[in-house]
Design a protein around this ligand. Structure first.
Ligand SMILES: N[C@@H](CCC(=O)N[C@@H](CS)C(=O)NCC(=O)O)C(=O)O
Length: 208
């Protein structure tokens, strides 16, 4: 499989999932400024949507949309990163995937744009804060979104909340969320993904 990604973008979530699942894959970096690959290929000839992530299967078939790619990856290793399809537990994971995609990932959109008016930025941050209050209340009760096991929903939440480093909003007011970010970052496979994307310099020391 090939994962088309951009450093630190939402493609980090499937990148983490692929490593956590122990699946073989190749990373292909996309320059989102120019929408090109390093060899000059126009990325829109590969993904007409123009955005990352895109997962190319060994069959050559291509799959887009973070929440769907994550589930495809999870289903390659049944039980490891998501409960069985059709179970109530799976719907809980899907509920979180949809929440992260629509309320957090896309909800943050205006914060990225330099020409967004300050009033809109403030309204966006207020709405985002209310959503993060809800996440905080959940993570105050359990280590991961749906319980004691790390799932693809956690990989997605971690990726999106990690943007506070770029958007410079303070996450100290959500201590359980902050602890979650540290907990996920310390997972060896997550660290591998962060190192591969040059988001952290050093591998974490893994206890023997
Ligand atoms: N609906 C898409 C959104 C993906 C998305 O927002 N990708 C961003 C990076 S996080 C991107 O590639 N933006 C560049 C562009 O749209 O040209 C998904 O869930 O995968």
């Amino acid at each position: 499989m090939k994962l088309y990604y951009a450093t630190g973008a939402c493609s980090l979530a499937p990148h983490i999932a692929l490593r956590e699942a122990g699946l073989p894959f190749e990373l292909v970096r996309v320059d989102l400024g120019k929408h090109t690959l390093s060899n000059g290929t126009d990325y829109t000839t590969i993904n007409p949507k123009g955005y990352v992530p895109l997962l190319e299967l060994d069959s050559g078939e291509r799959l887009s949309e973070v929440a769907v790619i994550l589930q495809y990856v999870a289903d390659r290793k049944p039980g490891a990163l998501a409960p069985a399809f059709g179970s109530m537990e799976r719907y809980r994971v899907m509920e979180w995937l949809n929440f992260v995609a629509t309320e957090l990932h896309k909800g943050m959109g205006p914060l990225w744009k330099p020409d967004t008016p300050e009033t809109v930025k403030k309204a966006t941050m207020d709405a985002l804060s209310r959503r993060l209050d809800y996440v905080e209340a959940t993570l105050a009760k359990r280590p991961y979104l749906t319980g004691s096991s790390f799932t693809i929903a956690d990989a997605y939440l971690f990726t999106i909340v990690n943007w506070h480093n770029f958007l410079k909003f303070d996450i100290d007011r959500w201590p359980a969320l902050l602890a979650f970010q540290d907990r996920v970052a310390a997972r060896p496979k997550v660290n591998e993904a962060l190192v591969a994307e040059h988001l952290v310099k050093k591998p974490v020391a893994v206890a023997a």
